[in-house]
Write a protein that binds this ligand. Structure first.
Ligand SMILES: Nc1ncnc2c1ncn2[C@@H]1O[C@H](COP(=O)(O)OP(=O)(O)OP(=O)(O)O)[C@@H](O)[C@H]1O
Length: 274
């Protein structure tokens, strides 16, 4: 499935009358995502990353431009058609409903379950498999209100995977996670994208994660052009300075045939033992 955003732009209607409407993005959003590709969206707080995902999936209506799935405008598809193709993991929020983790994940199968029917044994097994793939099968019978924010985030990712989407959309999935769980999430995303040929778009605040996930980056910031392209081309010291007002060093390290690229803010350039 090919996901394409063509000339997309949006503005929130301000409550105050007489305010001129200003588009959120300095210029229109354009990108194309193929099976097996990952696009990381980077930008400072408030740059419009979540809004971009919402417009792209039709949760908000583009003021200009459109989203196309395999060449068909999203607006011509039914809600069911859209949500069998797209799996969305929104930013983490605390649950107030007392479902177990397994029940929450099984709900991800809802699009395949007839109205008023109960989930089948197959649905339950798929939910357990998805929990296993994100490393929290042991929490299946815990209440969502009783697990940590990071564990809940993993459960929400499992819930999306269980619906077998072709396009995976994740809004800051690593926020609230400890370093090990961040690794689990990133490795899981990368593995699923490559094994199942998913297309994936992910909002992140971590430059290093964009390097790890690879493929493409879209960078947005207020009053700056929208940048899209290969990670290696977009993730430059100059661009990060322009878009985040922070000086960084891009470092490359090679060991045992593996290449590591990362960005370190120069303000970290001190020796902690001195
Ligand atoms: N419902 C809304 N009504 C009016 N303005 C909004 C609304 N939601 C977001 N905005 C504004 O639109 C801009 C973009 O918000 P958005 O949440 O897309 O940014 P973001 O890049 O995802 O931020 P963050 O990194 O902090 O999650 C912000 O200035 C925000 O205040």
């Amino acid at each position: 499935m090919i996901l394409k955003v063509k000339d997309g732009n949006y503005f929130y209607k301000k409550a105050k009358k007489g305010n001129p409407q200003k588009y959120l993005y300095n210029d229109a959003i354009n990108f194309e995502l193929h099976p097996g590709e990952i696009l990381s969206v980077l930008g400072p707080n408030g740059a419009g990353k979540t809004t971009l995902l919402k417009c792209m999936m039709g949760l908000l209506k583009w003021e200009q431009g459109s989203t196309l799935l395999d060449g068909k405008p999203l607006t011509s598809l039914s809600t069911k058609e859209i949500w069998t193709k797209i799996g969305y993991v929104p930013q983490a929020s605390r649950m107030t409903f007392s479902y177990t983790v397994l029940e929450l994940v099984t709900m991800g199968r809802a699009i395949y379950i007839q109205t008023f029917a109960q989930p089948s044994e197959k649905d339950r097994m798929l939910a357990l498999e998805a929990l296993d793939s994100v490393g929290i099968k042991h929490l299946a019978n815990e209440l969502c209100t009783a697990v940590s924010g990071g564990e809940l985030q993993l459960a929400l990712i499992a819930r999306t995977l269980v619906a077998e989407p072709e396009i995976l959309v994740l809004d800051e999935p690593e926020s609230h996670l400890d370093m090990k769980k961040q690794q689990v999430i990133l490795q899981t995303i990368k593995r699923l994208v490559k094994e199942k040929g998913l297309a994936c778009i992910i909002n992140t605040h971590y430059a290093n994660h964009a390097f790890y996930l690879g493929d493409k980056v879209l960078m947005v910031a207020k009053d700056q052009p929208v940048l899209t392209g290969k990670v290696s081309e977009i993730m430059t010291e100059e661009n990060v300075f322009k878009y985040f007002q922070i000086e960084v060093k891009r470092l490359r390290h090679e060991t045992d045939g593996q290449v590591f690229e990362t960005m370190v803010p120069t303000y970290f350039g001190s020796n902690p033992d001195q």
